[in-house]
Design a protein around this ligand. Structure first.
Ligand SMILES: NC(=O)c1ccc[n+]([C@@H]2O[C@H](COP(=O)([O-])OP(=O)(O)OC[C@H]3O[C@@H](n4cnc5c(N)ncnc54)[C@H](OP(=O)(O)O)[C@@H]3O)[C@@H](O)[C@H]2O)c1
Length: 325
């Protein structure tokens, strides 16, 4: 995976022509009472890119944080995501996010997962069947959701559209009907899950990859990795700085989440990794460290990973599997 040694770019260009800052503040699991202050601090510190979603249930506070920062809306790249229970009401979901955020457009709107969940009396957002499994609609064509996303562009309420959590088979299927190529595919990316093949597929079609969980998320299994720490020591920076710098240098937007002012500041400081560092980081998963940290229960039989119900039950019972959705 050859990489030219170069300073990580401060921004990328989407296939729409718009510029997107290469580091964005993540807002998932930023608790109520924390996220507004984090967003304000980040914008004052120089961030110009915020990544949110309806399912994070904190968009109102994200909007408050934006307004409190004094940074003009037009200077901020703002992303939200269509939640799984809204595949049949795409514009309604967008309108709910716009109202919560208190803005009249998004710079980027993503389909959060290629999965439709059917809301029922158990929940509007995370419905389950009587047996406890997620209420997945297995027959909903994603081409229909994407067509509704394409139609949003004409409303002016979104400047660009994209997808999230789409693997190659899902993208190949969508490619048969899309009239607008997704601007972005936001997926889990870090050295334990580099998704080189998916990145090559997206690069070829001008789809920019965005790295979520770049630090390995809460209770990260990455930060203590010896190879990562050796690279950090070599450059006299933290392992987090290496993980964040790695993504823009390989050509991906990076979305670290923090609610700590000091870490928000630190996460904006990128370094230039050398060829050897990049090779090490690129090769870690192939050496046996492959691991996903975000494995939702609606994904086990939908081709996102190799989990089967018995394995999930076993892992949950033994504390070895983190239930994220
Ligand atoms: N599209 C999707 O399906 C999807 C899924 C997951 C995530 N995302 C997006 O990607 C963003 C990032 O993912 P994530 O929030 O799961 O995980 P992450 O950014 O990989 O990690 C966040 C964790 O790392 C800690 N942290 C932050 N900066 C640090 C530093 N410099 N040193 C050590 N620890 C640090 C944070 O704690 P503190 O807050 O206390 O600093 C938090 O516990 C999300 O917030 C969300 O916007 C999207």
């Amino acid at each position: 995976m050859p990489h030219a040694t170069r300073t990580p770019p401060a921004s990328f260009r989407l296939n729409t022509g718009a510029e997107i800052p290469s580091v964005g503040l993540g807002t998932w699991q930023a608790k109520p009472g924390e996220v507004a202050a984090a967003v304000t601090h980040a914008l004052k510190a120089g961030y110009r890119h915020i990544d949110g979603a309806l399912i994070y249930q904190n968009e109102e506070e994200v909007g408050q944080g934006i307004r409190a920062s004094g940074v003009p809306r037009s200077d901020i790249f703002l992303t939200s995501k269509l939640w799984n229970t809204y595949h049949d009401k795409v514009e309604q979901c967008l309108d709910e996010s716009l109202a919560s955020l208190g803005v009249d457009y998004l710079d980027l709107y993503l389909i959060h997962w290629p999965v439709r969940l059917v809301p029922n009396e158990s929940s509007k957002l995370l419905p389950v069947n009587p047996d406890g499994s997620r209420a997945v609609d297995r027959h909903w064509p994603m081409s229909k959701t994407w067509a509704a996303m394409e139609a949003l562009l004409a409303t002016g309420k979104v400047k660009a559209i994209g997808v999230s959590n789409w693997s190659i088979p899902y993208l190949e299927e969508l490619e048969k009907t899309w009239t607008v190529v997704p601007a972005v595919n936001q997926v889990e990316l870090h050295p334990f899950n580099p998704q080189h093949e998916l990145k090559a597929w997206c690069d070829k079609r001008g789809i920019l990859m965005e790295a979520y969980c770049p630090l390995g998320s809460t209770n990260s299994p990455l930060l203590s990795d010896p190879e990562l720490n050796a690279i950090a020591d070599k450059h006299s920076v933290s392992p987090a700085t290496v993980l964040i710098s790695y993504q823009p240098q390989r050509g991906c937007v990076v979305l670290p989440k923090s609610v700590s002012p000091a870490r928000i500041d630190a996460n904006l400081e990128l370094i230039t990794l050398d060829e050897e560092d990049m090779e090490t980081l690129d090769g870690m998963a192939a050496k046996g460290k492959q691991q996903r940290v975000n494995t939702p229960l609606f994904g086990w039989d939908l081709g996102f990973d190799d989990w089967y119900p018995e394995q999930i039950k076993h892992k949950l019972a033994n504390g070895g599997y983190r239930k994220t959705w």
